[in-house]
Ligand binder design. Sequence first.
Ligand SMILES: Cc1cc2nc3c(=O)[nH]c(=O)nc-3n(C[C@H](O)[C@H](O)[C@H](O)COP(=O)(O)OP(=O)(O)OC[C@H]3O[C@@H](n4cnc5c(N)ncnc54)[C@H](O)[C@@H]3O)c2cc1C
Length: 447
Amino acid sequence: MTTPSSGAGMSKEAWLYAPECLDAASDDFGHLIRRRPAAVCRPGSAPDVAAAVRRAAEQGMPVAARGQGHSVYGRAQAEDGLVIDMSDLNAVHAVEADRVTVGGGATWRSVLDATLPHGLTPPVLTDYLDLSVGGTVSAGGLGGMTFRHGFQSCNVIELEVVTGEGEVVTCSASAHPELFDAVRGGLSQYGIITRAVLRLVRAPERVRLHTLSYPDHRAMTADQRRLLSTDRVDFLQGTIRPGRQCVVEVGVGHSADSPPDDEETLAGLSDLRDRAERVDLPYLELFLRLSKLENHLRAAGTWHHPHPWLHSFVPDAAADGLAAELLADVTQEDLGEFGRILLYPIRPGRVSSPLVRLPEGEVAFLCSLVCFPADDPLLVGRLVKTNRAVYDRIRAIGGHLYPVSAVALTRAGWKDHYGPLWPAVEHAKARFDPRHLLTPGQGMFAE
Ligand SMILES: Cc1cc2nc3c(=O)[nH]c(=O)nc-3n(C[C@H](O)[C@H](O)[C@H](O)COP(=O)(O)OP(=O)(O)OC[C@H]3O[C@@H](n4cnc5c(N)ncnc54)[C@H](O)[C@@H]3O)c2cc1C
């Protein structure tokens, strides 16, 4: 089963015990959960990762890979275990016409930096590029192009993975497909991604971005459904700022010398047209908007506040009702000045990562509470409790968690999350990580 691997093979498997290394690995972007590992290592190749996993196994230690540490609920932490910092496995190899090979610790920003000069892009990008390929492919990874192309995990051609047995395996739709299907969107329970071959498509030079305002969320989702059904845009999202604003963001890619026909893009929409805004951006800029907010919040000293974010997928028919309930319960003050509710449609049929849980039906909505609250433990504790209540509501209406959220699930909760897929999940765990070493932060197999 062992295959040639990435990396030059120079051993970098030394374990680090310095307090500052352990402190850093005990925290994440959420600042909600702190679990201290016994050791951290920073491998330089897949064999290094495999050796580290095997050594941890000998000592019975849990193991978590850490990409960019942008989890919000301790998912890359391993109490008394080993945290494998993937940041040196960040190579971006030669760009080919339809693919690029990258290390599992590479960021999407570094991927784009390499592909855009060739006029190419991954089909789906997240709203923030400083996330690692391994971190998002193992969760799913979605954004404003997901309605058309699925998740990032659906746009992977091949993966090199270190299993919980410490074996290096190259998998794809045709080689070791069970591992390939388990790892993509599998929440890091079956293997650590050390290398990924990512699909590429032509990148538009520019994007015309329309920001359309609505009097309420029902008018907003009605237009999103309209846009989805006519498939006339390349990027589609929507956000609500409670009591303030409901907006749809619509992007159309184009070349510098042939701008799109705005009338065609906006035909039949019911937005408050006198409030519509339009900008023309270089393609890359579309994905730097959250980084600009990051710079602002860093300058204000608030980027390091806790982030109890919740992300979910809800059935089309329940989306408007859920949004109404959220708007009755959650205020802009709760979410913080820059917080928002994300609400936009995706097509479950375009998602080909079997372990990503989505509602049935042709259309589903991403519904997220993205907050930037004050650093106030009482408020943050209340928001985490709200997440739980909202999640219970989401389950009741046939929705699913996007498990990059600040919601704790027990084994029973995971069983409910996976529903009919739970036996396949248990089977994959028994096959690829029989000692249950990998990624304890999800609590998926905890007794
Ligand atoms: C500002 C911000 C914006 C975001 N925007 C989006 C968005 O637009 N769309 C979206 O889908 N998500 C988004 N997310 C969520 C994000 O995709 C997940 O939290 C992701 O897991 C973070 O990646 P990371 O590299 O920081 O991973 P980490 O936090 O380091 O790890 C996350 C999980 O992945 C595992 N992991 C890390 N590396 C690997 C690897 N190489 N192989 C296997 N498992 C690994 C870890 O063990 C952990 O369980 C956002 C998060 C933040 C903080």
